[in-house]
Write a protein that binds this ligand. Sequence first.
Ligand code: DX5
Ligand code: ZN
Length: 222
Amino acid sequence: MAQDIQKAKEILVAPSVLSADFTRLGEEVENICVAGCDYVHIDVMDGHFVPNLTMGPCVVESIAKVASKPLDIHLMVKNVPFFVDLFLPLKPAFISVHLEEVQHLHRLIWYIKNNGVKAGVVLNPHTSEKLLEYILPDVDLVLLMSVNPGFGGQSFIPSSVEKLRNLKAMRDRLNPQCLLEIDGGVSDKNISVLKEAGIDMVVAGSFVFGSADYTKAIAALR
Ligand code: DX5
Ligand code: ZN
């Protein structure tokens, strides 16, 4: 019975707005929501933590106004607590911060949660999941980067699958409520192996926005 429930579990899909047509941003956000996504993934880049610059709170506030699904904010920035304070008032579903950039991670995770937003921790491709041992019980979500952060449209890094398997075992032991999300190079080509390895939620930028039919693309990932 428990196995049947596990099999029936649907993957949550969060299209990354980074691959949207920015000249029609509002329309694109409305379209992915109507097409059945679960969350709208927002990539905030500061030009320092990653070699790219994207959107700040004004643009994200406008997105929030037209999105009928909650926001999943991924902060790829230095000076992380400053950016957390900029985005908390928008009341997203999740704010996720990179483990590599936060000095007092436990404090920041609880600061986000105590402000009524679910808190996630993100790992770059080279960062071991073992570093999560003493923070996993406190987080709502772990986001594994399966590309080097900074750009959409990159190739999936294969070692991310083994890392996901190890992380799932840790998650089941330490915090079964915590969601496991993966970000970068996700498509209909690798979704089965990710599902088998235990993923709960996927980010997909170019796969969704590069397709002619957003509803079909999102359905293909479930
Ligand atoms: C990369 C971003 C991703 C990216 C995903 O730094 O965090 O969210 O936009 O795009 P695809 O799915 O095209 O790899
Ligand atoms: Zn992202």
